[in-house]
Each structure stands twice: as C-alpha cells, then as structure tokens.
Design a protein around this ligand. Structure first.
Ligand SMILES: O=C(O)CCC(=O)C(=O)O
Ligand SMILES: [Fe+2]
Length: 355
C-alpha cells in the first residue's frame, strides 16, 4: 500500500470540546461550563472560520462504520452505482455522480475569468478526480432522495437515513453552543435556529480514487479545488489519509487539517458568514494533490470523506442579525433567500451527464 504522507501543519487549528452541550439528561453540567465551551467555540470560529470538534458524542466506531459504508458503496461496479444516478443539472442534488461529473470552483475563479461560461470551460480542462453520492432528508419537501435498489447494497439506505438524523441532531447541538457563546437573546436565538432545518441538510459521501504518478505528471488532475460551502456550516469527517486544507482568512495560508480519530472539522458556510456580517468567515478550502516530485512511485492512495452540510429551509431568507451591524462594521449583505443564493452557485458547479 502506498505510504504517501501529506504535509501536516494544523497546530493553528483549535480543538474545541463541546461535551458540556452533549451531557446526558440528569448529568447536566453547570451553565458556567457551557458558557466556557460556547465562548471558546465562538472565539475559534471568529479567528479562522474552522475548528476541530471533540466531545460531540459520536463514537469512534460510528465514524469508522460511516466511512466503511462509504467505501462499500464506491467499491461497487460503476453500472451498479449508476442505478441511482444524479440527474442531469444541479437539481435535485441527489444520488450518484461518477468521476469528473462535478466541477467545483469559487467566486474568485468566476471573477478571474470574467464570465461563468468561460470559467466552466476553462476549469473543466482539469478534471476533479472524485465520485460522490448525495443524500438529503427523507422528509425534504423539495428534493427527493435517489436510492440504489436495496438488493444492490442491502442496508445502505437504512444506514444512511439513520446517519443523516444523527448528524442533524449533532448540528443542532453545535448551533446551540454557538448561540450560548455569542450570548444571544431568546429572540436572536430564534433567528439563529432557523439557519438549520433538519429537513434540508445534505449528507455527502465522497471518494477520491488513488492517483498514479503518471496521472499526476500531466497536471490535469485535481481532487477538489478551493471553494466555500454555501450552507450554514459543515461538519466534515475524513479518513486517516487526510488531505483537507482550509485557508486562514488573515494570512491566506492553507492549513492542513490533520485527521484525528474521533474528531471532525467544523467550517463556517456562507449563510453564517452573512448572518454574522463577516464576524465568522466562510473559509476557502480544498483537497489538493501534491507536487509530483514529492510523490512515491506508488502514487497517492484513495481517500474517503463525509461532509454534512447544514442548511436553512429552501425558501428561508437569511438576513444579518442586527447586533452585528455597527458603525465600525456596516452591513455588508442584503437578505437572501437560500434557494436563490444556492441556485446561483450550484448552476455552474454541476453539469450532470452532459460532461
Ligand atoms: O473531501 C473533503 O475533505 C472536502 C469536501 C468538501 O469540501 C465539499 O464537499 O464541499
Ligand atoms: Fe466544501
């Protein structure tokens, strides 16, 4: 097996233990502990826009199991995976997309190319070498899940539906920690909680296949170019290979998020950036491939990851919370309806079967 080690530099990424928010009934920690953890989380998110989370209550075995199901799915023959194909176009964003079907780029890429049609053509010369499977809530009123027939991978649907609910519940805990850390009033908290709808989050399974040295040589392979996430925040689980890098918004250095068993990365999305008027920045992040001359002859190994994107309801309008608008920090963002914001971005990222 290849032993390529990504360069790891993640000392700057804070680790926040949110266990005061996950304690079982009857063992409720004092408010002071919750306040301390909430404030530490808010400070870390204010500094970088991303943190490592521990004490979230998801057991290591559960994370291993989630990654194992992801591998089982992508190990299936292509024809079997194509029994749950992602439809052409961006919506519904559900089901299986094969290698190179999705092309991700950032607002900066669009600005640099001047025109979204140009950016699409230009950047598509470099293929995103990954395959993905998108899952939403079974109760999502707008987008329906696209499942493999159960006989293709028995138990997969049941497992992923349960995982979705589990992660949605943890995301509500994180949102509560953020609210406590910011010291929001009940009224403000009510606005914050609307930023996550358990019927409209997205669970994504990702596989980045192994890449040989020859493939790297021609420079036409990317894993996941830098972008921001457009929901509220993202919880990201990656396997032991690592490879996720996030940008420090002040220095613009990309920091490697070293994988740590039992921890996940939480990064801010565009909705929470707008809600807080840039108090929290939605960080650029990417999964890059290393320079070819640093890679052993065996190439770089496959990688699996599972992001869970939290989002408001489709038709919810996200406006900046008034407390973040001051003389020093004037309002930067107009209120925006989530579906309208999302459609601007997603339209240019997905071409479905047209590729
Ligand atoms: O695979 C990863 O680590 C990152 C995935 C990601 O950023 C995304 O899907 O938006
Ligand atoms: Fe992302």
């Amino acid at each position: 097996m290849a032993t390529y080690d990504f360069q790891m530099e993640d000392e700057a990424i804070a680790t926040i233990d949110v266990s005061p928010f996950t304690a079982e009934a009857g063992r409720y920690p004092p408010d002071s502990e919750r306040l301390k953890a909430g404030q530490a989380l808010v400070e870390a998110l204010h500094n970088l826009g991303f943190v490592k989370i521990t004490g979230h209550g998801i057991q290591r075995d559960e994370i291993r199991e989630a990654l194992a199901w992801t591998k089982k799915l992508f190990d299936l023959p292509y024809e079997e995976k194509m029994k749950a194909p992602h439809p052409p176009g961006p919506m519904p964003h559900r089901g299986y997309s094969g290698l190179g079907k999705e092309k991700v780029y950032s607002q900066e890429d669009i600005k640099a190319h001047g025109d979204v049609a140009d950016v699409s053509q230009e950047l598509r010369k470099i293929s995103d070498f990954k395959e993905s499977y998108e899952i939403g809530s079974e109760e999502d009123p707008v987008q329906q899940n696209i499942w493999l027939p159960d006989a293709v991978l028995p138990g997969f649907r049941h497992y992923e539906v349960t995982l979705y609910k589990r992660l949605a519940a943890v995301s509500a805990i994180l949102l509560e920690a953020i609210s406590v850390g910011l010291g929001l009033s009940n009224e403000e908290n009510a606005t914050l909680t609307k930023l996550i709808s358990d019927h409209h989050c997205q669970l994504r399974l990702l596989h980045y296949p192994a890449i040989s040295r020859d493939q790297l040589q021609n420079g036409l392979i990317a894993r996941l170019p830098s972008h921001t996430d457009w929901g509220t925040f993202t919880m990201l689980f990656q396997d032991e290979r690592g490879g996720l890098e996030l940008e420090d918004p002040k220095s613009h250095d990309f920091l490697h998020a070293k994988p740590e068993e039992g921890a996940f990365i939480l990064n801010i999305g565009d909705m929470l950036q707008r809600f807080t008027n840039d108090y929290f920045i939605s960080p650029l992040h990417r999964v890059s491939v290393p320079e070819v001359d640093t890679v052993p002859d065996s190439g770089i190994p496959a990688r699996y990851s599972i992001p869970f994107f939290t989002c408001p309801d489709f038709y919810h309008t996200v406006a900046t919370l008034p407390r973040f608008i001051t003389a020093e920090t004037p309002a930067k963002y107009e209120p925006v309806r989530f579906d309208q914001y999302g459609s601007i971005i997603s339209k240019y990222q997905y071409q479905g079967d047209k590729m």
